[in-house]
Write a protein that binds this ligand. Structure first.
Ligand code: C2E
Ligand code: CA
Ligand code: CA
Ligand code: CA
Length: 281
């Protein structure tokens, strides 16, 4: 009995801590959104398996440095933003940051994460498109990533907003592919351009024949639906070789580069350009 009550106490205090954590993040997030400071976008290269030396495609990933909480894990604050409804305001702020970063460089394609809550807002796609063209950025430079979670919701507004985005010229990627259920039917109803294979498959493909076969069948599915495939979570040269061998189109992961601020992306690119010129001349 004593054991039992001890367990209950422990469980309770754990729950309270988590709750407090959530509440504190929400309060701080609300405060941060008033003046919009503390947020920055980082960019991780996505490398073509055909032209591995060229990373002209990046995934934009949000970072938040809170004056009182410090660096908050993106998974955590995005989740709080989603459940508290703050994601709409935060999403527009992050989009502005991305547009400011890329408006003066040509040809860089950016993969941008969008939450289901954003897509459940009627008119979202139109405003998204207007804001981006307001910066003079062509829609073909933006690929919208939505997680497989949207398949479970199967919401009519989401499907509509997605098709409007695509009609505006944005491409669509289905993120974390393989972690949800029955996305195949959804892929027939909503047209996507890219599948992103979740890193849980990538990590094990090198060791496990079964997982490698599953990835191979995802590639087959993608081919038959005329989709491209990005494999994420490539951490080693073995991962890269394995996934390239299976036939995916793009690779992304720490092996090719961690997410970094845009000025670092630009500095690296300049370095490569000079390097290429020297090699060429
Ligand atoms: P995600 O969209 O699946 O993004 C990929 C995550 O995997 C990123 O975590 C990235 O840093 C991490 N990653 C990349 N390569 C590797 C690797 O080789 N190994 C491992 N272990 N991890 C790798 P991050 O930046 O912490 O973001 C976490 C999640 O937060 C994202 O998952 C996405 O769902 C969400 N998120 C991040 N930024 C945004 C945003 O601007 N908007 C929205 N709605 N969600 C965002
Ligand atoms: Ca993503
Ligand atoms: Ca993902
Ligand atoms: Ca994820």
């Amino acid at each position: 009995k004593a054991h039992g009550s001890q367990k209950v106490v422990r469980y309770d205090s754990h729950m309270k801590a988590a709750d407090l954590d959530y509440k504190r993040i929400e309060v701080e997030l609300r405060r941060a959104l008033v003046d919009g400071t503390g947020f920055e976008m980082y960019y991780q290269p996505i490398v073509s398996t055909r032209e591995p030396s060229q990373a002209s495609r990046y995934e934009a990933l949000a970072r938040w440095s809170c004056p009182t909480l410090g660096q908050v894990d993106p998974e955590r604050f995005i989740n709080v933003a989603e459940t508290s409804g703050l994601i709409l305001q935060l999403g527009w702020l992050l989009l502005d940051l991305v547009c400011q970063d890329i408006k003066n460089v040509d040809n860089t394609v950016i993969n941008l994460n969008i939450s289901p809550a954003q897509l459940m807002t009627p008119g979202f796609a139109e405003e998204f498109s207007n804001r981006i063209s307001g910066y003079g950025i062509r829609p073909c430079r933006i690929e919208v990533e939505v997680t497989e979670q949207i398949v479970l919701r199967d919401d009519i507004t989401i499907a509509k907003e997605l098709s409007v985005l695509r009609a505006c010229g944005f491409s669509l990627a289905l993120d974390d592919f393989g972690t949800g259920y029955s996305s195949i039917g959804y892929l027939k109803r909503v047209k996507f351009d890219v599948l992103k294979i979740d890193r849980s498959f990538v990590r094990s493909s090198y060791n496990s024949n079964k997982d490698a076969q599953m990835v191979a069948s995802m590639v087959g599915l993608a081919r038959s639906l005329d989709l491209e495939i990005i494999a994420e979570g490539i951490e080693t040269v073995q991962d890269a070789d394995c996934l390239r061998g299976i036939g995916v189109d793009y690779l992304q992961g720490y092996y090719f580069g961690r997410p970094v601020p845009f000025k670092v992306v630009e500095a690296n690119r300049r370095f490569y350009q000079i390097h290429d010129l020297e090699a060429g001349g």
